[in-house]
Structures are given as structure tokens and as C-alpha cells.
Design a protein around this ligand. Sequence first.
Ligand code: HEM
Length: 349
Amino acid sequence: MSVYNPETKNIITGHKALREALRNTETYSSDLQGDADVRDYRQLPLEVDPPRHHLYRAALAPFFVKPKIEQFIPQFQANSEKLIAQYFTGETKEVVSELALLVVMENLGVIFNRPQDVVEWISWGADVWTAESETRDGGVLHRYLDRIYEEALTKKNDDIWHEIAHLEINGEQISALEFRGIAGVMLAGGRDTVVKLLTGMLWYFGHHPEDLAWLRNNPEHLNSSIQEFLRFLSPLPIMNRTTVPESGKTNLPPERYVGMSFISGNFDESVFENPFEIKLDRPKNPHLSFGFGPHTCLGIHIADIEAKVFLQCLLNSNLNWKVAKEEIRYHEEPYRPVPDTFETLQLVL
Ligand code: HEM
């Protein structure tokens, strides 16, 4: 997923204003090239406007529909049960690298039917852009994408890369660059976001065992708990739009970027009572963590179902844990209580 440009001065905040702006793709365009330090192609369908955006969306939507993802629940459950049991063995281990990332990557291996790639994806860490060094670098992702594209064109594998490489947009098979743009988002978009969601749930219950006990006694609140963690943790807090579509323009004003602050919508007091409180039974939760409007996250059902299965396995396990060590980078004011990055999180029973 594209990284937010820190030079952005104009930021749209508040639930109502955001929803209006996110629908208004003419004023707030997604025709922009993000992450210029690590890539020179568009992430798709993220960085393109309607009407072309609709074509990519329509082609990709069948891979993401709820009944399709629900078929994988037994495998997600087996992955979560195995990895939770392996994590809680009494030794001190990191949650991100030794539990959450493993669950998310093993699940993606199932969804994409690429179990043979899981070890390689895990070796990249939670953020593909920093897989090889401290400074951002697209090398590791691009070498992988080029290899699987070549393989998809030459072998008839029964996996998602084969299907995507042969997608047709307006009657034409997609190009190598379009393949990079689509497959790149499918690998990057569902990675650190879901990892943060699972890590955040473990962190919260580590500090609030009484809420874990309450949820065990009130399992009908599993769904509302997931929605509340999504709202509070806001795993993708802000994304860019541009007021000047970039395609074909040479002189682009530096102030063209606008920030869509999803996190501000999630803590809007006119919509959420006591927004800084985590209420696992919050009755209405129209959070904006998956965005809003035409670019609303395609992976909603993947994230929702993965998180539900993971939390259900934790509830079934009867394990109770505490936070042994944490180093957390929090958001800046006014979202200071919200974790931005879990740098270290270790749990003990
Ligand atoms: C908790 C997990 C996730 C969160 C919080 C999240 C958040 C978001 C947000 C906010 C957007 C909209 C960006 C914008 O409007 O500029 C988005 C788009 C997208 N997400 Fe997710 N995402 C998550 C998981 C996933 C997963 C698991 C996948 C796939 C494997 C995925 C694939 C995508 C794609 C392809 C788009 C682009 C949609 C479009 O432009 O039409 N996401 N996501």
C-alpha cells in the first residue's frame, strides 16, 4: 500500500467530511504515483480513477467475495491454532514476527494457493519495502513479482498469479506493469495492516484480561469486538489523494496532495461516543478503517474473517496472557493513545 506523503498540508478530517471527499473522485483524485522512492508504476486499482478504476475493480472483485473467503475458514483455523500453540510455549518471543506475521502469511498462502511461497514472504518481515535494509527498497518485492509473472505466463498453475496474469481489461490481457501493480497491492495491502490488527488485539487483552474473560462469556460479541479493534487501531490511518491528476502532466504543484485521515473519522466524537475507549459491544460502528467510496478496501472479508478466526481460536484456547515487554510508537496528538507501530511486544502466560 502506498505510503502517505509527509509533505501533505491539506488534510481532510471528520467522519462526514471524509465520506463526502472520498466519494468525490473528481476533486480528490487517486491518479497519483505513490512510493516514488521504491517504485515507478501504479498500484492497482488503488492509484487510478473511475472509469478505468471500475474495470480493475470488476475484474478483481470475484477473488475477494465473502463466500469465496469463507471456504478457507477451516484452513485459517488450523493455521491459527497451530501458531498460537507454538507461540505460547513459555519462551520469550516477539508477537509480530513470531505469531501475527506467520498467521497472516500462512493464510495468504491458502487464499492465493501459493503455500510454496509462504517461507519467502515471511522472510520479508511485516513491511515489504524494508525487507532488505533499514532504508526502503523495492528490490525484494520486484524480483519476486517478475519471477511469478514469468511463471504465470509459461506454466498453467492453479493459483491466483496465473489468474491475474491472464485477466483482461477492456478486452486486452494485462501488461507486465499492470500485473506488478495488482499483485504488489495484494501482497503488501493485506500484510502489515492485518498483522497490526492481530497484534493490537493481543496487546489489548494482555492489559485487559477482564475483557477477554467477558468475551469468553459473551461470544455473541465476537463480530462487534473485531469492528471495534479495527476502529480503534485504524491500521491504515491516512492515504493521499491529489487535486491535480498526475497522468501526463509534467508541471505538478507540490501542494497537490490531500490527506484522507481515516483515523480522524474513527475518533469523531459526533459519531462515536467516548471514542478513545475500547467498547467491545459498541452497538453501531461505521468506522472508516477500510476507507469509503469507490476505493473501499477489496480485502475486507479477508481481514474480517482472518481476525474473527484468530480471535475465536484465542477464546477457545483458554489461555490468559500478560504483556511482558512493549515498545510502541504511538500516533501524535490528538490520537496519542492509539498505537501506530508495535516495535516490540512480548507476552507471557
Ligand atoms: C485490517 C486490514 C486492512 C485494512 C485496515 C485495509 C485498509 C484499506 C484502506 C483504508 C483502503 C482504501 C485506500 C484508499 O482509499 O486510498 C484499502 C484498499 C485496498 N485494500 Fe485493504 N486493508 C486491509 C486488508 C487488506 C487485505 C487483506 C487485502 C488483500 C489481500 C487488501 C487489499 C486492498 C486493495 C486491493 C485495495 C485497493 C482498492 C481500490 O483501490 O479499489 N486489503 N485497504
